[in-house]
Design a protein around this ligand. Structure first.
Ligand SMILES: Nc1ncnc2c1ncn2[C@@H]1O[C@H](COP(=O)(O)OP(=O)(O)OP(=O)(O)O)[C@@H](O)[C@H]1O
Length: 379
């Protein structure tokens, strides 16, 4: 009888996923032992590191899964910590190789990659990226988000993902929020959020490389990168490290913002990247009193960027959506609750979700790619 009960307990443990790695703890060899004495199940679990921030979550998941097995009256969980050998084995089983390489550039990798760019700061690029990531995760996609704005990182706050990552044998397990794996410079600053980052160009490249190679991303459907504004070092490093990443340009409706956004988009011509499209943010919204459309930041910027880039690059660069100005989007960013999660039916959420659906399911091909050829004929 106890054999049958143990089988049931094993089956229950196989449903418990490690919250960071998102694989069954049985596959990860995290179950040290299990036994049943008079209906009381005792489960010992190996944690990867002693200060594992997920210890309580793992414990409660084990208690819930094993406690639901008929015949189990109580569950006791004991935690132990893996030794170096076990961690190495775990690392090898997860990564499949030892050297630090960027998995996204390996042949056969199917992760869709989007680098979100803007011409200038403050147009809402980070807010759009964070909400797109959460919307994609809410659609069941496995999503990673790199805050490539090394100096001005803001993604952890926008998603409330400010806890430090767990390290397993030099591999960084990224914190998660709303189902999105997030890495940012915050994870590497002992002085916390207000500590400035004083990096020169080559250091920025190295930091980005580390975000991509040393972080355990798992099998991602989509990787989003929140670039710093403009066409500086990080935008170029991204193109070098992830040449398959497509650009998404964010602008406001304002002509001045649109003009600089075009420059950010034109970078694709030099880097030979594809342009997935343009998102206009802080667009027209209905006046709360009279319902008339309010164009707080002018109008037409997104359309202008889309049309100009289409013409200049000789390829379709669609306007993916116009996200209305919404104070709740700003408030959600301030308190780490993205609007698409807190109010999925808000007009801004609806647009962001549509853009997320489009990008998350987009077929990969030559569309949107500047071929870098000049038409033959009269000069
Ligand atoms: N659609 C919107 N409606 C209202 N407020 C918005 C909207 N989009 C962004 N904001 C607010 O605008 C400000 C700038 O947004 P955000 O930080 O996302 O811009 P950014 O382009 O990433 O800036 P930077 O690159 O300089 O960090 C934030 O306070 C944000 O909450």
């Amino acid at each position: 009888m106890s054999q049958t009960l143990l089988d049931l307990i094993d089956a229950a443990l196989a449903t418990v996923e490690d919250p960071e790695i998102r694989r069954p703890i049985t596959d990860l060899k995290m179950v040290k032992s299990r036994e049943v004495v008079d209906g009381v199940a005792r489960v010992a679990v190996w944690l990867t590191v002693s200060g594992c921030p997920m210890r309580d979550t793992i414990t409660s998941r084990v208690v819930e899964a094993v406690g639901a097995v008929p015949g189990v009256s109580a569950v006791e969980v004991e935690l132990d910590v893996m030794n170096e050998e076990q961690r190495k084995e775990l690392r090898a089983s997860l990564v499949g190789h030892d050297e630090r390489e960027i998995v996204f550039t390996k042949p056969g990798n199917l992760t869709r990659m989007y680098a979100v760019a803007s011409g200038k700061g403050g147009v809402g690029k980070s807010s759009v990226t964070a909400n797109l990531a959460v919307a994609m995760a809410m659609q069941g996609l496995s999503v990673g988000l790199v805050d490539a704005d090394i100096y001005g990182h803001s993604i952890p706050r926008l998603l409330g993902a400010t806890e430090p990552p767990t390290m397993v044998e030099g591999m960084i397990m990224p914190p998660q929020a709303y189902g999105v794996r997030v890495i940012s410079m915050l994870a590497f600053k002992p002085g916390g959020v207000s500590q400035p980052v004083a990096f020169r160009g080559p250091m920025l490249h190295r930091a980005l490389q580390q975000f991509l190679a040393d972080v355990w991303w798992g099998d991602l459907d989509v990787l989003l990168l929140d670039l710093p504004p403009g066409t500086g070092d990080v935008a170029i490093s991204t193109a070098q490290l992830l040449p398959q990443a497509e650009l998404v340009v964010v602008t406001t409706p304002q002509t001045a913002a649109a003009e600089v956004a075009i420059r950010a988009g034109m970078l694709a011509q030099q880097t030979k990247q594809r342009l997935a499209g343009v998102v206009e943010n802080m667009s027209s919204f209905p006046c709360p009193h009279c319902g008339e459309p309010m164009d707080l930041f002018g109008s037409g910027g997104g359309q202008m960027v889309s049309e100009t880039l289409t013409r200049e690059l000789g390829t379709d660069v669609p306007l993916l959506g116009r996200v209305p100005f919404d104070v709740r989007l700003r408030e959600g960013g301030d308190n780490g609750t993205p609007l698409v999660a807190s109010d999925p039916d808000a007009p801004a959420s609806t647009v962001l979700t549509e853009v997320a659906t489009r990008l998350g399911t987009r077929a990969r091909g030559l569309a949107g790619m500047s071929l870098g050829i000049t038409p033959a004929g009269r000069l």
